[in-house]
Design a protein around this ligand. Structure first.
Ligand SMILES: [Fe+2]
Length: 404
């Protein structure tokens, strides 16, 4: 009996317990992250159905229509052992491209012999220097429902990258949750596409729904998906990323794998001191210091205000991106836990897919605006000022403000 190659491939996938999405003749999931300067580097991450001898990435500044021999550059993607392999054998390979030209569109194909190559994909490096950039931000997403229109709308904003502030796929650090992560990755890959077809790199911070309750000091065991997918953005779960000359962005862990106090706060102090002369300083983390749904005196919010708030005040953090409460809010300028003329503005609170929660009849004393509306933020960073716009899941602008 003659068995087609396609049937054999499908049988291999099914025996291994893969989802139907994985049974395609190409690396099923490709996503972009940063582990270095976003104007000259990028990480191309590939999830391959099982460990293979080698994964190749071919790239160029011109389209080569997928003809691997025509691309000027070739690298082997490095295998990274992750606990994701314990879910369904999927293996992670990362091509950490360096020495790229700023503000340049790159085309690539990636894959290997057994599972095939991607179609040609493209991304753009950040412009670098003080040239304007745009990103989108949200959190509390999930893989269904409002995440679909919101991701579609976010891609159409033509962002340079997307910041996801925790509670990403809602799998709670459980290895059996691979089908949900598959949908999340597929959504981002299919929907978070710019109007000219570029992929949008993911810049992630951790949330409570990335972690399980397994008692261990091994952070990979506590958050196998988050550390597997996004664990190379920094040497720790919390990390700093510079975006050009004018933006230092701090990504923090609001008590999920690392406590607010102690090593993380001392690290944050050193980083804020190191970047104190950078024009704009942003932070993104999951649990809000100034919540718009949960109680002001909630433990996580209090810890943030106690340990991070004074540092934000001392170093003049420009804007904090908060999540977790699943409503919309923009704070008044705050410093020393008071409303001031010039202070940090806290925006949030994560509602990039999950249904909104409720807000109080009147905004809390520290908030300028609160709404029970799903949304994401669009942020334009330029030397002469910042512009912020919040867009809901129907594409309506629900708030704008600027900082100069
Ligand atoms: Fe949360």
């Amino acid at each position: 009996m003659k068995i087609s190659k396609h049937l054999v491939v499908c049988a291999i996938f099914l025996c291994a317990g893969f989802t139907a999405v994985l049974a395609s003749a190409a690396p099923p999931y490709v996503y972009l992250t940063y582990s270095d300067a976003p104007d000259t580097s990028i990480d191309i991450n590939l999830l391959i159905p099982a460990k293979v001898p080698a994964v190749d990435v071919y790239y160029d500044t011109e389209s080569r229509a997928g003809k691997t021999d025509a691309y000027i550059n070739h690298v082997n993607a490095a295998y990274h052992q992750t606990l994701m392999e314990l879910s369904d054998r999927r293996a992670l390979y990362v091509a950490a491209l360096k020495g790229l030209k700023p503000g340049t569109v790159y085309y690539f194909v990636a894959g290997e012999a057994k599972y095939g190559m991607t179609t040609e994909r493209k991304f753009r490096t950040l412009p670098g220097g003080s040239k304007p950039l745009r990103f989108v931000n949200g959190g509390d997403m999930g893989a269904d429902g409002r995440a679909i229109p919101l991701l579609t709308l976010a891609g159409k904003q033509d962002p340079d990258f997307g910041v996801v502030g925790g509670d990403i796929a809602y799998v709670n650090g459980l290895l059996g949750g691979y089908a949900t992560w598959d949908r999340w990755l597929e959504n981002w890959d299919r929907l978070m596409i710019t109007t000219d077809g570029r992929m949008v790199p993911i810049v992630a911070a951790i949330g409570n729904h990335e972690t399980n309750s397994f008692e261990s000091n091994d952070l990979q065991l506590r958050a196998p998906w988050y550390t597997g997918l996004f664990g190379r953005q920094g040497t720790d779960i919390y990390y700093t990323r510079r975006f050009g000359n004018d933006l230092a962005f701090f990504f923090l862990d609001s008590g999920h794998l690392n406590s607010h106090a102690g090593a993380q706060t001392e690290w944050l102090r050193r980083e804020l001191e190191k970047y104190k002369d950078v024009k704009y300083k942003f932070a993104a983390y999951h649990v809000p210091l100034y919540p718009a749904h949960r109680p002001f005196d909630g433990a996580g919010s209090q810890l943030g205000r106690t340990h991070w708030g004074p540092l934000f005040d001392q170093y003049g953090l420009t804007v904090a991106f908060e999540h977790h409460d699943r409503v919309f809010k923009r704070s008044k300028p705050l410093k020393g836990n008071q409303v001031v003329r010039r202070g940090t503005i806290y925006v949030g609170d994560g509602c990039f897919g999950r249904d909104p929660r409720t807000i109080d009849p009147q905004p809390r004393w520290y908030n300028a605006i609160e709404k029970d509306v799903a949304h994401f933020w669009v942020v334009d960073v330029a030397r002469n000022g910042l512009r912020f716009k919040a867009i809901d899941d129907h594409g309506r602008t629900i708030d704008t403000f600027s900082v100069r």
